[in-house]
Design a protein around this ligand. Structure first.
Ligand code: ADP
Ligand code: MG
Length: 685
């Protein structure tokens, strides 16, 4: 047996069981070793029944005193009572639907029970506790691992399967050199994995977890870094200022903010070098990132190289294409929009133009990444709202660019501010520019948290705003009614709500509807009509969350605001307050329960502060897109463990100069495997 052996090589694992494991992604013995417990139960502290605290979790050791009594409740549930005692008191244990346990319950036999012990009228009682027979001379483990389950697996099945492959731990290849382990207080790898599954004490689980998480984060960070630096010394085309060129920046109707000017200076300085730029611009919604990106795109195009701007949604790609086309086309820079809804013929023409170098700036969704777009000379890749892209997309892009020769410069725009330590993980070691300034003249957005009973009042004030020339977004959590969800608590669905409002509260007012299930052309139509002011209200799902820019819109009503994450609400709210009108955002709390999150949002407009709060409340899941479910899932480490992330980042810096030494070969190889796996999944979701 090796780590690559199929699970069916384990005793007691047949095809059916293997299929259950496969549902969790556990295919090989090695996968099983990497199925880390999600928690531990300390069943080692045995106390006398008499000393149990009513209603608390306890471990007790008892002897079965007589045959169990079997019965059936009126509603048809199977149960049996087990009668037992220890030296201090008797206990009655009830098991529901556990008939299969019956043959194991024998008078005179000893058992360890673990569960909630209650003190009833007739002595101690327990309901369906964990039960393990005690065999003389074979002590039970004190610390019991609890595994993440799914697909019909039970704890016992997983535990037994894991135990069967623990002997492999002795021969596991070491990933971290001994010297590094000593410095950071880590166990040998095999030892750590064994202790994770079979710990002798709680302290041991901690050290084992730390070891495995440390190695995982280190490998992960190294993988990200090597994705970026896949070929050391690869050069990018230097993009110096072009003599006599007048930038579109000079024709803008507004002056750049200091933050924008500074960001553009930093980017230009990067672009003039022949080492590839890898810069992240983080700016709150509305801080004006598009102009900053456009400055870079223009610089690239005027140098005779091509540039790409990638957006996470078609709507956003179209907006960018419009805006940037307007800025660039008069200056002889040819732009094109490539999304999956562009007709086939036109697509071919665009691809040809890109290949021949006739198109200078290509704007599109990640569809651009798929298939067969090749560039004459790619000099710069800008990805907007990068947190929507996975690592995989980035790997693909690098691959693509390497086919065409020199490495392009990379610029990433993100409206989701993340703490430095997290951005290290997410982006490797990108240089970070912060845009912590909004363009002048912005009216602060007045945010209110209201309840369904306020609805009529809300509609009335929306009508007032419309009468004064404003426009409104109404955001719903669902596209269509969903009976299942409906039962829990009714949620607004865009389609039916649109119909209801059109004939009700906003009868006679031109309205548009937009959601993700509409065909792209209909989406674009609805968006254009709203942007042009032809429709005054846009009922929408969160498809308008990122980047959409209609400065005249000044009201937003978010239905079931309690369903959304903080950062997401902040992004949504960022669609208003973009023009000179006073803007209002109503967070309608449909649940009626107190919702602290909504209050946080009402009281703050600082995206950075909100993101921190979100991270604390919900963990980093939202920031990572397909990282969580994709090929780069972390097993042992948690992305909320900022201290460990910082520690491993530090360790990585220390070991970088030594990576070529034999002691680090195993680590490099592990990182390479992560990169391969990330790059292999060719589908983009
Ligand atoms: P985001 O950072 O959210 O992508 P955008 O680039 O979409 O922001 O800019 C939001 C709005 O602010 C746009 O209408 C844009 O034209 C405008 N804008 C950008 N920079 C400035 C500025 N310096 N002064 C005034 N308006 C600006
Ligand atoms: Mg934007």
């Amino acid at each position: 047996m090796t780590v690559d052996s199929p699970l069916t090589d384990l005793r007691g694992v047949g095809d059916a069981r293997a299929a259950q494991f496969a549902k969790r992604g556990v295919l090989t013995v090695g996968d099983l070793l990497a199925l880390y417990p999600r928690a531990y139960e300390n069943r080692g502290k045995i106390i006398p029944l008499r000393d149990c605290t009513d209603g608390e979790l306890h471990a007790v050791e008892v002897v079965c005193t007589r045959k169990p009594a079997v019965g059936r409740t009126r509603s048809g549930l199977d149960y049996f009572h087990m009668y037992a005692q220890d030296d201090s008191a008797p206990i009655t244990v009830t098991f529901f639907n556990r008939r299969f346990l019956l043959p194991e319950i024998l008078p005179g036999r000893r058992y360890r029970l673990y569960g909630r012990i209650t003190m009833g009228l007739y002595g101690a009682e327990a309901l369906s506790p964990e039960i393990e027979p005690i065999t003389p001379g074979k002590p039970l483990p004190a610390i019991v691992p609890i595994y993440p389950l799914s697909g019909g697996l039970t704890q016992k099945t997983v535990r037994n399967a894991v135990l069967a492959c623990l002997p492999l731990c002795d021969g596991l290849e070491e990933e971290l050199p001994e010297e590094l382990r000593r410095r950071y207080g880590l166990l040998p790898r095999g030892e750590a994995i064994r202790r994770l599954h079979q710990p002798r004490s709680m302290e041991e689980t901690e050290q084992a977890k730390r070891t495995v998480a440390f190695a995982e984060l280190l490998t992960f960070q190294l993988a990200l870094r090597s994705m970026r630096r896949a070929k050391d010394g690869v050069l990018a085309p230097p993009l110096p200022p072009v003599a006599g060129g007048h930038s579109f920046l000079e024709s803008l109707p507004f002056a750049l903010t200091n933050a924008q000017a500074q960001a553009i200076r930093e980017i230009f300085a990067d672009l003039e070098r022949d080492t590839p730029m890898t810069r992240l611009v983080q700016g709150d919604v509305g801080s004006g990132k598009t102009v900053v990106a456009a400055a870079a795109l223009e610089r690239c195009a005027t140098n005779g190289h091509q540039a790409v701007l990638l957006a996470p949604t078609e709507i956003l790609a179209e907006q960018h294409a419009q805006k940037i086309g307007k800025w660039f086309e008069p200056r002889g820079i040819r732009t094109a929009l490539l999304t999956s809804s562009v007709p086939k013929k036109q697509k071919e023409a665009i691809k040809k133009g890109v290949k021949d170098g006739e198109i200078h700036v290509l704007i599109g969704t990640h569809a651009v990444l798929q298939g067969d777009v090749s560039f004459a000379s790619l000099g710069l890749v800008v990805t907007d709202e990068q947190h929507r892209f996975g690592v995989r997309q980035r790997a693909l892009l690098l691959e693509k660019s390497e086919q065409t020769g020199p490495r392009p410069h990379m610029l990433v725009l993100s409206a989701t501010p993340i703490p430095r330590s997290l951005s290290l993980i997410l982006y490797g070691d990108l240089d970070v520019t912060l845009l912590r300034e909004l363009p002048p003249g912005r009216q602060p957005i007045e945010t209110m948290v209201l309840l369904p009973k306020d609805r009529e009042r809300i509609y009335a004030s929306i009508r007032r705003q419309l009468a004064q020339g404003g426009q409104a977004y109404i955001i719903c959590p669902l596209v269509e009614e969903n009976a299942e969800l409906e039962n829990a608590s009714p949620k607004k669905a865009a389609e039916s709500y649109f119909a209801e409002l059109q004939t009700g509260a906003f009868a006679g007012i031109p309205m548009g509807l937009i959601h993700g299930k509409l065909p792209p052309a209909r989406k674009a139509e609805a968006m254009e009509a709203f942007a042009a002011g032809e429709t005054r209200i846009l009922v929408s799902t969160t498809v308008i969350e990122v980047g959409v820019d209609v400065p005249n819109a000044n009201v937003m009503l978010i239905e079931n605001a309690e369903c959304f994450g903080l950062s997401q609400l902040h992004q949504l709210r960022g669609r208003i307050g973009r023009g000179t009108r006073k803007s209002f955002c109503v967070l309608l709390n449909g649940s009626g329960d107190v919702c602290e999150r909504l209050d946080t949002l009402r009281d703050s407009s600082d995206g950075f502060a909100i993101a921190e709060a979100d991270l604390k409340q919900r963990g980093p899941g939202d920031f990572f897109g397909d990282r969580q479910s994709g090929e780069m899932t972390l097993h042992a480490a948690s992305l909320t463990d900022l201290p460990l992330i910082a520690e491993t980042s530090g360790a990585l810096e220390e070991i970088l100069p030594h990576l070529k030494e034999p002691a680090y070969h195993a680590l490099s190889a592990a990182a390479l495997r992560v990169v391969r796996r990330a790059g292999n999944g060719k589908t983009i979701n």
